[in-house]
Design a protein around this ligand. Sequence first.
Ligand code: MN
Ligand code: CA
Length: 372
Amino acid sequence: MDNRKYRQGSFGEPVRSPLKPWEIVKIVGELGGYGVNFHDNDLLPIDASDSEKEAILKDFRKALADYDVQVPMATTNLFGDPIFKDGAFTSNDARVRAYALQKTMNAMDLGAGLGAKTYVFWGGREGTEVDASKDPRDGIKYFRDAIDFLCEYSTEQGYGMKFALEAKPNEPRGDIYFPTTGNYLGFIETLAHPEMVGVNPEVAHETMAGLNFFHAVGQAIEAGKLFHIDLNDQRPGRYDQDFRFGSESFKICFFLVQLLENSGYDGPRHFDAHAYRTEDLDGVKAFAAGCMRTYLILKEKAERWNKDAEIQGLLKEIKVSDPELESLCKGYSSDKARALKARNFDRKGIASKGLQYERLDQLTCEIIYGVR
Ligand code: MN
Ligand code: CA
């Protein structure tokens, strides 16, 4: 539910008139969507009066009830207002850092009041163009102080929120701190309450930097830290395109859906994407429906892949097991180290075997292409 135009990628004036928050809820509900979420100022403009806020909230709550739409997640806009021109939690100015905390607590109150259980942090301005301006260690320390403070706030208020940190390499800053999901996974372990904090990876953000998003999500799941996900699509090396889910990188999106479904991930399948600038309201609806439909198509294809006898046969051949060696390599002891060092390996024989990945990948492609 992002009505604000803040991305560098979108040159030009708005091409559609903004929708009111309740109208967005209606559209999502009529399309069969589960939920909506918002930055605080998507819902309540930063300069709205108390009575304006009340009126917007009243309409919004009514639409949530009328169309049976949930608010699973909320977040703070800490990048739009000029006060955040040099960062929010990581600003050099103590007054800006304090205002960012105040704004986030207010936004958490708003989100909690609407049922949000996940709170996302995307630090759009938390970075630099001029590295002379800040030691990155200070930026990281400031960010840690803020997250530690807000964890305590959530606990004290009884909100029971889980925090999800969203990485992005750059845009709108020249460079943003914590450029990848992996950076955040390292950082989380240094927090006062690491159990409350996980990640919210976004397809576009890792892909911009030419990284494999499927791998990033795999690491997050393996660490028990995938608390939320932003699904969209992107070509590598471009601005943050936020395209309709599955519109560009078919294979990565296929494996991503398969991973989410096979892993038992139980968080929202959340789309953080934008319709093309060419579209009118009907196009926006087609875009939203397309995100959901493509997810379900890929889910069905993943099941087909899981059940494909030829694919499963190839996978079985690829995985060479050797119980004796596996036990030698797991759980160190000096005996095991000695035995391993004394072992002779048929290096050339092992390397000479072809792995049939061409066949495996072609079969995978044929499933995605819809001919298998
Ligand atoms: Mn994006
Ligand atoms: Ca996002």
